[in-house]
Design a protein around this ligand. Structure first.
Ligand code: NAP
Length: 295
């Protein structure tokens, strides 16, 4: 039987309509939510993410303060831009697009962002609060995964969840959020990575009720690795050459969608699954930050 598609584009549209109303209420009070965006260098994927994020802001009435810096910008100069945004009351959220060039210490930059404006949820204060279950900005991609599970009635309580990937921005936080004593949450979570023995990975995925794939490689999860009633959330975004497309490439996930879609219970497509939710949760955090200024 064909799987039900978990439509991130649709949920993102619904959430953006709600956020637009909240922005309008803030504007009535004289508060225009503002997102400070810093992009360093010419990485085409980063450029395209930043453009999509800024367009999404504009559509719901968030203003973005766009700063583009050359690849060879110094760490001190970059820090000065972060500091300027930290002290600008019109900026409620700060987004430094990652990855940064190798000569810049990413941790130093993230740590310099005022936690009250940390709408990416990467600052150690935000991460610590997330783990402790305190109110904070949740990281956008993991939060988007949770919203998808919730909207598509996927029961997480007591579920065996396997997360493939242990990065700071996806694997670790999504695993943490799903093991929280909260809703969604209360799952039994197993995290797999490149040091997980191949036979163990298979045993874990075959036993899973929910699999979150965030490995960075296509076909990390294939249909022979899962049971039939599993729910698959594919976080991956990979560009593969496609000469039939005008732009010369198409996007695929980290899971083998074609083979999985006829076996599993529910699955996110790529594109149109987790991607649109990541942007929406950034808007969500920026609106939340603007609302926090009147609390
Ligand atoms: N949809 C979105 O909005 C969004 C947002 C962020 C990222 N992404 C995408 O999500 C994917 C993951 O991103 P990331 O930043 O988390 O990547 P990352 O930092 O490269 O981490 C990948 C993780 O996957 C593990 N891994 C790699 N191959 C594996 C395999 N064959 N079996 C088991 N584990 C494996 C790695 O293990 P080790 O730790 O042992 O190396 C690592 O922990 C990428 O495709 C990225 O483009 C999408």
């Amino acid at each position: 039987m064909a799987a039900e598609l978990i439509d991130g584009k649709l949920l993102a549209q619904e959430m953006k309509a709600e956020l637009k109303e909240q922005v309008s209420k803030l504007r009535d009070k004289g508060i225009i939510p503002g997102l400070g965006v810093i992009l360093v260098g010419d990485n085409p994927a980063s450029k395209s993410y930043v453009t999509s994020k800024e367009k999404a802001c504009e559509k719901i009435g968030i203003f973005s303060d766009d700063t583009r810096l050359p690849e060879d910008v110094s760490e001190e100069d970059l820090l000065r831009h972060v500091e300027r945004m930290n002290s600008d009351d019109n900026i409620h959220g700060i987004l430094v697009q990652l990855p940064l060039p190798k000569h810049i210490d990413e941790n130093r930059i993230i740590n310099a962002i005022n936690p009250h404006k940390d709408v990416d949820g990467f600052h150690p204060v935000s991460v610590g609060k997330m783990i402790l279950g305190q109110d904070t900005f949740l990281p956008c991609t993991p939060h988007g995964c949770l919203k998808l599970l919730e909207r598509y009635d996927v029961k997480t309580e007591g579920a065996e969840v396997v997360v493939i990937g242990r990065s700071n921005i996806v694997g670790k936080p999504v695993a943490n959020l799903l093991m929280r004593k909260d809703k969604p949450g209360n799952s039994t979570v197993t995290v797999c990575h490149t040091r997980t023995r191949k036979e163990d990975l298979l045993a874990h995925t075959k036993n899973a009720d929910i699999i979150i794939v965030a490995s960075g490689f296509p076909n990390t999860l294939t249909s022979d690795m899962v049971k039939e009633d599993v729910v698959v959330i594919d976080v991956g975004i990979n560009r593969v050459v496609d000469s039939s497309r005008e732009r010369g490439y198409r996007l695929i996930g980290d899971a083998d969608f074609e083979s999985l879609k006829d076996k599993v219970r529910k699955i996110t497509p790529v594109p149109g699954g987790v991607g649109p939710m990541t942007i929406t949760m950034l808007l969500f955090n920026t609106v939340k930050s603007a609302q926090n200024t009147i609390k």
